[in-house]
Design a binder for this molecule. Structure first.
Ligand code: UDP
Length: 261
């Protein structure tokens, strides 16, 4: 089986993290999984949602928003604001991103503030939700690192990193990190979210006008587990390299990123 981009079955697309892409955010990153690119920005608001106040829930909250920029797809995608409502897919994806991050952030340690995680797809080529979660983990880590440096929290609320990847069955063969052409024709498609400790946060898996066997499911989960371990290594490297926020340098890096391909 030769993949459309000649990758091995257990190979991720080239992954990169470009931090400080949005200098006004507390933490931000442009994450790329091959030709899928997502801008993720984490912003802190010094208030909590009303329901937390009414129910006397201690600590803070984390909420995510996801959208595809109109020019992220081959055919222009209308902004939700133009149609007057958030589409069902975006709503499902942003709730997944929120749950994934809340699984690794100690909300009580965050204090009475809201951490907003904004994910905007710059270029879509399959796996935008998994790239968004993987990038969000880096953006949130950067934002919380800043909160600690400013002395606003006693301990870092980030318990561990989280990452996500897709795996699917295409022409009967299980494979990792599907790009759009693979995703479109896959018989089964799984999105897997796991933490640094190797525990699952969520699995979304379905047969797409087809069925899958338990052996194929095990193969997909094993591929995803291996891919996520590699993604977490790359997140750690990106965080180690991103000690100083850099506006102009980030833009220079962006030019390099697009020019270099
Ligand atoms: N896609 C698109 N327009 C849409 C929705 C999806 O072009 O309105 C493409 C896009 O490349 C996306 C892929 O279809 O990455 C797979 O979409 P899916 O809903 O499975 O989510 P994703 O894999 O991006 O998390």
């Amino acid at each position: 089986m030769t993949r459309s981009d000649a990758r091995a079955l257990d190979q991720l697309r080239p992954v990169s993290f470009l931090p400080a892409i949005a200098p006004h955010a507390a933490g931000s990153v442009l994450v790329s999984f091959g030709n899928t690119r997502v801008i993720v920005a984490a912003t802190l608001e010094e208030s909590v949602p009303p329901w937390m106040k009414y129910q006397n829930v201690p600590g803070g909250w984390l909420s995510a928003e996801y959208s595809m920029l109109p020019y992220s797809t081959l055919d222009r995608k209308r902004r939700d604001i133009s149609s007057g409502k958030l589409d069902g897919r975006s709503s499902e994806i942003q709730r997944l991103i929120g749950r994934s991050l809340r699984a690794v952030v100690d909300l009580e340690a965050l204090g009475p503030r809201t951490l907003w995680v904004d994910c905007d797809v710059l270029q879509a080529d399959g796996g935008t939700r998994t790239a968004a979660i993987t990038g969000a983990s880096v953006a949130v880590a950067l934002a919380l690192r800043k909160l600690v440096a400013e002395g606003k929290v006693k301990k870092n609320p980030l318990r561990q990193l989280v990452a996500a990847v897709s795996a699917g069955v295409f022409e009967g063969t299980p494979m990792l990190d599907l790009c759009y052409v693979e995703d479109r024709d896959a018989e089964a498609d799984f999105n897997v979210v796991m933490t640094e400790k190797g525990e699952f946060v969520e699995m979304q898996g379905s047969g797409e006008e087809a069925t899958f066997t338990s052996e194929q499911m095990t193969a997909m989960l094993d591929l995803a587990r291996g891919g996520i371990a590699r993604l977490i290594e790359q997140q750690r490297a990106a965080l180690a390299a991103a000690d100083a926020p850099a506006g102009p340098e980030a833009l220079a890096g962006l030019a390099g990123l697009f020019g270099g391909r």
